[in-house]
Design a protein around this ligand. Structure first.
Ligand SMILES: [Zn+2]
Length: 112
């Protein structure tokens, strides 16, 4: 996979170590909740929708903590390790923008 373009800069508040620690603690607690067990027991990665053993699914923040995301249902999904790694610090909007950039590039090279 080629290096993706970034559409963002990290802001100071979002990467504040205190805030990140608090959200990581929250994520740890959430992992023990019945709600999370129900998510993982379904055994489906949120991104690629493939089936996995519950132990292979990781807790992923849809909007990463470093981008202002929170550890709460609605922003936390089960993801396989490959998708979690692939995603890195992207938000859903970043991925849509990256796809649009790819399409634009493909379109402009056709006209050359
Ligand atoms: Zn996946």
């Amino acid at each position: 996979m080629t290096k993706k373009e970034s559409f963002y800069v990290l802001n100071e508040f979002d990467i504040d170590p205190q805030r990140l620690k608090r959200e990581r603690d929250r994520a740890r607690k959430l992992k023990k909740s019945q709600w999370w067990l129900d998510q993982v027991n379904r055994g489906v990665c949120y991104y690629c929708e493939k089936k996995f053993a519950p132990g292979q699914l990781t807790l992923d923040h849809v909007v990463p903590l470093a981008r202002g995301g929170k550890s709460q249902p609605g922003n936390v999904v089960p993801a396989c390790k490959a998708c979690n790694r692939e995603k890195s610090l992207d938000t859903p909007v970043d991925r849509v923008l990256a796809i649009m950039a790819e399409i634009k590039k493909a379109g402009s090279s056709e006209n050359e």
